[in-house]
Write a protein that binds this ligand. Structure first.
Ligand code: FCB
Length: 477
């Protein structure tokens, strides 16, 4: 037996030939060009332009200007040796008002992107929805309306008809937890509503949208892609005698309320009971669960940190260190009496605790719960306050802390595989620094730095480290 380091700082571990090493981004976070070629406004345009919602008043108007620099960015991916690229498609580029005929210029952009990837031997992983809902759909109720689920299926069909001969893996939704609970519950994300009942309605309509979109895609694609969903499943650790009860509740709201309908065709009865004071769940119509429960080929896992919970005893100030901004509402409807304890460090620049064992635990538990369903880490990475130094031959970023974070999480992924988990690949978040939602440009997650004055791309040391991992298949020393 080999010695395993408790802190997961290993090197030399071999991932083999088939493991797919890539990197991820999302449309609103990198593209810019928000008013070009017929793109309509999304809820993130509205939200970011609303004073007080985003740090420093930052918006995605220009972002990384990826829309205009797509060829340069594709070359960068090739230089790093990426084997896959997980990107998202901006719904308002395809359907500027969220319904109606396709906007050819929008489709043409993603056509070029996909062709550019394939020409460089990089596998396209397309996410249909990474939070940029067309604003007119929000004006009609957004994710609180079931019409949005059907509109989403129509959009999926349009995209599938165009790209469904080349995209090799489809993800319907990115982190519906955030769309529902941060968008409609806590108010930290667009559209910024703070209504627990609305958040739970959004949960259901996002689940329904997923199921309808999988069916629409299956009908129109002509290659043989994989269909998936990406969830930010929460690793919930119990604390003290009331920890198990608190963990059950948070696991229900964060994880089972998505996994159960999608993969088992049911809603968890305990979650419906816990939230009975918030909503009566009458938005779940007969037949919806059959629509949601569609076979998927893979579960995408986004992992950053862990939470530790216990029941609040009603005395003292309730602690809610769940890693998200407090914008007046709650991200946890029906769980007002759950405390989220401050996690032990170390932390990233987001204040998120670094705990690679959480990733190993999460992957293993999914493997046990859903045997036979392959997994992929569709996001993992870290923000740190990078510094640019003069490297003699140009600017350099010696981001040892990010390399350390990645090393530890790749070690965790490797350990999960060694325990039998069918983990197919890993998409590092993110290819480049970008618009980090409510935090604007203040948090840098990229393995490539973006200079927001010149829009120059500067590969950080972590990008070189990752390129070596991909080339050698082994965690570098
Ligand atoms: C995830 C999002 C992604 C990025 C990372 C840091 O929740 O999917 O867009 O913001 O967090």
């Amino acid at each position: 037996m080999t010695m395993q380091s408790a802190d997961y700082r290993e090197s030399g571990l071999d991932f083999g030939r088939d493991f797919v090493f890539g990197s991820a981004t999302a449309s609103y976070q990198i593209e810019g060009a928000v008013r070009e070629d017929g793109r309509g406004p999304s809820i993130w345009d509205t939200f970011s332009h609303t004073p007080g919602k985003v740090w420093n008043g930052d918006t995605g108007d220009v972002a990384c200007d990826h829309y205009h620099r797509v060829e340069e960015d594709l070359d960068l991916m090739q230089q790093l040796g990426l084997e896959s690229y997980r990107f998202s498609i901006a719904w308002p580029r395809i359907q500027p008002t969220g319904t109606g005929p396709a906007n050819e210029a929008g489709l043409a952009f993603y056509d070029r992107l996909v062709d550019g990837l394939l020409a460089r031997g990089i596998r396209p992983i397309a996410t249909l929805y990474h939070w940029d809902l067309p604003q007119p759909l929000e004006d009609a109720g957004g994710w609180t309306s079931r019409e949005t689920s059907f509109a989403f299926a129509e959009y999926a069909r349009i995209v599938g008809e165009r790209l469904g001969d080349r995209v090799q893996m489809w993800t319907t939704l990115n982190e519906p937890w955030c769309s529902a609970y941060l968008g409609y519950g806590s108010g930290a994300h667009a559209p910024g509503r703070t209504d627990g009942a609305a958040a739970l309605a959004a949960v259901h309509h996002l689940n329904l949208a997923h199921g309808l979109a999988v069916q629409a895609l299956r009908e129109v694609v002509t290659n043989d892609p994989e269909f998936s969903i990406t969830l930010n499943l929460h690793v919930v650790r119990p604390d003290g005698p009331t920890g198990a009860e608190a963990a059950r509740r948070i696991d229900g709201l964060a994880n089972r309320v998505f996994l159960d309908p999608m993969l088992r065709g049911t809603y968890p009865a305990d979650v419906m009971e816990d939230t009975a004071g918030v909503t009566d769940w009458s938005f779940v119509h007969d037949g919806d669960l059959e629509q949601i429960h569609q076979p998927v080929d893979l579960i995408g896992v986004n992992y950053y940190s862990t939470v530790t919970v216990r029941m609040w005893d009603g005395t003292g100030e309730k602690v809610v260190a769940d890693g998200h901004k407090d914008m007046g509402g709650t991200a946890w409807p029906g769980a007002d009496d759950v405390e989220f304890l401050v996690q032990p460090g170390p932390y990233t620049a987001m204040g998120w605790n670094i705990d690679p064992s959480g990733l190993e635990d999460l992957l293993f538990s999914l493997h046990e719960q859903f045997p036979g369903t392959p997994l992929m880490v569709t996001e993992n990475g870290a923000a740190f306050d990078d510094e640019v130094v003069d490297g003699g031959d140009g600017p350099r970023v010696h981001d040892d802390d990010r390399i350390d974070y990645l090393r530890r999480h790749f070690t965790a992924a490797h350990r999960a595989r060694a325990r039998g988990v069918d983990l197919r690949g890993y998409q590092v978040w993110s290819l480049m620094d970008n618009f980090e939602w409510g935090y604007g440009y203040s948090k840098r997650f990229g393995i490539v730095r973006v200079d927001y004055d010149t829009l120059e791309r500067i590969p950080k040391d972590s990008a070189r480290w990752y390129a070596e991992l991909i080339r050698t298949r082994r965690i570098p020393g």
